[in-house]
Design a binder for this molecule. Structure first.
Ligand SMILES: [Zn+2]
Ligand SMILES: [Zn+2]
Length: 189
């Protein structure tokens, strides 16, 4: 994106994730702690799990004015909802991510990927979104020891019972058994 359009991009001060840095007054070394509860951004998730729409995100932030801009660091906590990758049952859990982003006053100091302040405003949503997407489990499970579904018939193994199995001799397994037996016989010689 050309830097010209970055300069003209304006943030909406009424957007919940847009934060004012007014009281830092651009004085390097000035710091402010803030705790916030914000509504989760929409469509935040990967295939099997994500932050539900309208969920509350708890933020514990530190805003610090530095020479080039405002450094935001802290943590964010959000609920998760999704599906177990093994048994497909719905599951809920929670995620905590750390956030750290330097928002530059001017794009003269910043590279293309860096975040910029719009006057005294910064938008924390992209920072939060990136941190969550990176931290989400690709294969969430309802329990660490979830047995999942039977590969043969799709029944949930936790409900089917320990003796659930299918009587079917796999040709590859049969020939492997033959090999083991042959080897044992060889050793006995
Ligand atoms: Zn499961
Ligand atoms: Zn089965």
């Amino acid at each position: 994106m050309p830097s010209e359009s970055r300069m003209t991009q304006h943030l909406d001060p009424r957007s919940p994730w847009v934060i004012s840095t007014h009281d830092l007054g651009k004085r390097p070394g000035t710091m402010r702690r803030m705790t916030l509860t914000l509504p989760a951004p929409v469509d935040l998730g990967v295939d099997m799990i994500g932050v539900p729409k309208d969920a509350e995100v708890e933020l514990d932030l530190r805003l610090e004015a530095v020479m080039e801009g405002v450094l935001v660091s802290g943590t964010a906590q959000a609920p998760l909802a999704g599906e177990c990758a093994r048994c497909l049952d719905p599951l809920t859990s929670e995620i905590e991510v750390s956030l750290q982003e330097l928002f530059f006053y001017s794009d003269e100091d910043a590279s293309e990927e860096d975040s910029l302040l719009d006057g005294e405003l910064l938008d924390l949503e992209p920072t939060f979104r990136d941190a969550v997407v990176l931290a989400l489990p690709l294969s969430p499970v309802c329990r660490e020891d979830c047995e999942g579904l039977c590969a043969e018939c799709g029944v949930k193994l936790a409900e089917a019972g320990a003796d659930h199995r299918h009587e079917k001799i796999d040709a590859r397994w049969a020939s492997l058994q033959g090999l083991i037996t042959d080897k044992d016989n060889d050793q006995e010689k």
